[in-house]
Design a protein around this ligand. Structure first.
Ligand code: D61
Ligand code: MG
Length: 419
């Protein structure tokens, strides 16, 4: 089935075969768990059970960073399982979220009343907290601090809705920006990344916001069907009387306008993502950080102006995902990928979309910032690399789009004047 979906994309078919033949082992070597304690092996089992997208890239991290990030993931996944469990009453949930960081040092603390799919990590939390207490002090301090701040943020938003775009940024900061900030501190603490990586919390926060906003945009239907509302009212309120209304066929145009507005807002974080990735020196950390980001951009491009967001869950092809996983392992390749998807998005921007100008603007900024550096080095040789050419063409296409916008507007005003 995956092969069929990639029929029009020969590179993807090749990569799917390579992947099936274990080709991605180059990018993600097998975890040698011989020397592991039983409880640590159990933690890696929970990691693979609860995270489709992060397990493999976490297992391929170097040195003691691997275990630290694995435990960091399981601690926050446990906290999030409490937040997401709609069967836990508020008066129980709020104190649990606020005090969760203290459970890390209570060897027998566990929670057995969750109905969530990931409830295993709460029922057997003693195994996770045991491995947590075995980590180095520098890692435990980061994990406990981030767990405390995320728990308090989640509790804050249990009592209030995501209203303004600013509150959307704040909610995504609590549940994903703090993950980026914590990971960056773990990277620097492991000496596998420069201290500035852990210190520049703005960039680290953007890494999390781009991933979480993409998830929230993609999961519109699943979330609204489960009574969860993460789309900011400041956005949907411009197009409908309720968030659920966006799923009504007669509201499709309004729904697409709201969707495109949110995608455009999420794209604001891409320039920071590029700056963040360019600072990474360790290959395993680069893969771990870059792969989820380019997957998110591919998902955003697939969601943009796509009615399927209101009828199901839009997913990128398996062949596309494998190709991104195999290619996104150096900065030049990431620049090329981001330029390609910006071009794809550009082609979808309709003349009548209310966010058209903002979308074209941010795509222009992204294309400029992700223009491949290589050509400069090749200046000695006259010919310009194909990527340089396509970036130039993209910029040309963008300015053409701008011009046609302004002309249309001028004519419009002309028309306006006429009526
Ligand atoms: C570099 C590399 C990975 C990064 C990063 C920078 C910055 C941020 C993140 C990963 C986190 C991205 C989160 C996007 C997926 N959204 C969720 O998982 C939501 O839950 C958020 C709260 C718990 C966060 C758990 C987490 C996730 C990824 C990690 C990690 C911790 C620790 C280390 C590495 C990666 C979403 O949960 C979906 C679900 O319940 O399945 C939600 O409830 O909104
Ligand atoms: Mg959650």
């Amino acid at each position: 089935m995956d092969i069929v979906k990639s029929l029009g994309h020969p590179e993807e078919i090749m990569n799917l075969f390579k992947f099936k033949m274990g080709g991605c082992r180059a990018v993600m070597p097998k975890l040698d768990d011989e020397s592991m304690s039983q409880s640590l092996r159990t933690c890696y089992t929970y990691l693979n059970q609860t995270s489709r997208s992060f397990a493999a890239v976490i297992e391929s991290l170097d040195g003691d960073l691997r275990h630290a990030v694995c435990i960091f993931y399981l601690v926050l996944r446990s906290l999030d399982t409490v937040e997401d469990d709609m069967t836990i009453p508020l008066e129980t949930k709020v104190p649990m979220l606020n005090d969760f960081h203290t459970f890390l040092y209570q060897s027998d603390w566990c929670f057995t009343e969750s109905q969530e799919k990931d409830r295993q990590v709460l029922e057997d939390f003693p195994t996770i907290s045991l491995e947590f207490r075995k980590l180095g002090q520098q890692y435990r301090e980061v994990i406990s601090d981030i767990c405390h701040r995320m728990g308090m943020g989640m509790a804050e938003f249990l009592e209030k809705k995501v209203g303004s775009m600013k509150e959307w940024d704040l909610y995504c900061h609590y549940v994903a920006g703090l993950v980026g900030i914590g990971l960056s501190q773990l990277f620097s603490a492991s000496q596998l990344a420069d201290p500035e990586v852990g210190q520049d919390t703005e960039l680290a926060n953007s890494m999390g916001l781009f991933l979480q906003k993409t998830n929230i945009i993609r999961d519109y239907l699943e979330d609204t069907q489960q009574g969860r509302a993460f789309w900011p009212q400041e956005a949907w309120g411009q197009f409908a009387d309720s968030l659920e209304d966006l799923a009504k066929p007669e509201k499709l145009q309004s729904a697409l306008s709201c969707l495109n507005l949110l995608v455009t807002d999420a794209l604001r974080h891409v320039p920071d993502v590029l700056t963040y990735l360019a600072r990474l020196r360790n290959q395993s950390i680069f893969n771990f950080c870059a792969i989820p980001q380019v997957m998110a951009l591919a998902t955003l491009s697939a969601c943009y102006n796509n009615p399927m967001v209101f009828r199901g869950v839009v997913k990128i092809r398996k062949g596309q995902a494998v190709t991104l996983m195999m290619n996104a392992n150096n900065m030049e390749a990431v620049r090329t990928i981001i330029t390609q998807y910006s071009g794809q998005l550009l082609q979808k921007v309709s003349l009548t979309d209310p966010s058209r100008a903002e979308t074209l603007h941010i795509l222009g900024v992204i294309v400029e910032k992700s223009a491949p550096l290589q050509p400069a080095l090749q200046s000695k040789s006259t010919h310009l690399s194909p990527m340089y050419l396509s970036a130039a063409m993209l910029l040309a296409a963008l300015s053409w789009q701008y011009l046609s916008t302004t002309v249309a507007q001028a004519q419009g005003t002309g028309d306006m004047q006429r009526h």
